[in-house]
Design a protein around this ligand. Structure first.
Ligand code: ATP
Length: 350
């Protein structure tokens, strides 16, 4: 028996998470679902948005399936990410024929962005420039220190040796395990930020030496963004620091038909959790039309993590058939189907 903790999330998120869990449950895979109380319900019942009992349930589970949060369940998300040190956020972008891609020829897009998940600007160390006791020297010759720029704020970008090496190794291992092009692309803004993004690139070159069987290339992030749009098919595994990964994985999702198809899994040494890459879609909450594909595909990643490979293959194939057929697609894909109708179609094709 596998144990999965489920946190349904906020706004439209439960409308996609619930039918996803119901669908996986109907396959009788021997999964026991637990529902840790988080957010407002937990606050009302236990006086905390993330009580100790909920943390315990997450710890005891084999993995967690997480809906998107707009705030109230954020403490649980922080725990899953920083508490569990889930440093590698894998965001696949696979084109399913029938999905609403803006490209003339999206056929064959099958890439995975590996986003470093814990560092970079997401350490959220911000402040007022005037409070910097040791004025940081700038890299330009025009001004000697950032203080001379006047009143304003700063944010600290952190790139560590250990944090970079582990996520880059993860990306190379992923490229080895995929039946893809066996290529790792590294991208950062190493020309403008030679110390931080330059370190990420330097470590990538060192790690690449250990993987002679995997092709390795490196692009400056703006150049990569252009290449992603122009020739998405040539990418296999792409690894990058946190902020670029956050932004460019949404761009990659756009290429394959939008955020409704954007799956994701966050992996650490000893824990992994799964969530769609999109947010809570508050603008369509309550309408029952959120596209559940991202959740279903994230659930497939979860099943693979739980060593339930065969059902994951079957679900992916059924989803692909629903897209190819085209009659049960949700409005974001140009269809009229509701979330539940889409899920029923997947069930019919399994
Ligand atoms: P976050 O910052 O938490 O990632 P966001 O503000 O970027 O969230 P999303 O919630 O991801 O926003 O939504 C962006 C747009 O995409 C919205 O118009 C939303 O309705 C749409 N969207 C997101 N996910 C889906 C989905 N699964 N199905 C249909 N539309 C979606």
């Amino acid at each position: 028996m596998k144990h999965v903790a489920v946190i349904e999330g906020d706004d439209a998120s439960p409308e996609a998470v619930r039918p996803t869990i119901e669908f996986i449950d109907s396959l009788n895979l021997g999964i026991d679902w637990v529902y840790p109380r988080v957010g407002e319900t937990a606050e009302a019942e236990h006086g905390s948005p993330f009580p100790a009992a909920s943390k315990k349930q997450i710890d005891a589970a084999d993995t967690t399936f997480f809906g998107s949060t707009s705030g109230s369940s954020a403490a649980a998300l922080m725990y899953l990410r920083w508490g569990k040190q889930t440093f590698a956020n894998v965001r696949p972008a696979v084109y399913l024929p029938g999905a609403r891609s803006p490209l003339a020829d999206p056929q064959g897009i099958d890439l995975a962005i590996v986003r470093e998940n814990l560092e970079d600007l997401y350490v959220r160390a911000e402040g007022d420039l005037e409070t910097l006791s040791d004025p940081a020297p700038t890299g330009t010759t025009i001004r000697r220190s950032v203080k001379e720029l006047g009143a304003g704020r700063y944010a600290i970008k952190v790139i560590t040796e250990m944090g970079s090496e582990r996520v880059i190794r993860f990306a190379f291992d992923l490229a080895r395990s995929r039946e893809g092009q066996r290529r790792v692309t590294v991208t950062s803004k190493y020309n403008m930020l030679p110390k931080t993004d330059g370190l990420f690139r330097e470590i990538a070159y060192a790690v690449a030496d250990d993987y002679p069987d995997i092709e390795f290339e490196c692009f400056i992030v703006d150049d990569f963004a252009c290449r992603l749009v122009r020739e998405a098919q040539r990418f296999d595994v792409v690894v990058m620091p946190n902020l670029y990964g956050d932004i460019l994985s949404d761009a990659a999702a756009g290429l394959i038909g939008g955020l409704g198809l954007a799956a994701s899994g966050c992996y650490g040494e000893s824990y992994a959790y799964f969530e769609s890459a999109h947010g809570t879609a508050p603008d369509i909450a309550g309408q029952g039309i959120i596209n559940p594909t991202a959740n279903l595909l994230s659930a497939c990643m979860m099943l693979e993590h739980l060593d339930l490979m065969e059902p994951a293959v079957r679900i992916r194939a059924a989803i692909a058939t629903v897209y190819a057929d085209g009659t049960d697609l949700t409005p974001d894909q140009g269809g009229n189907a509701s979330t539940l109708e889409f899920c029923s179609a997947v069930r019919r094709h399994i």
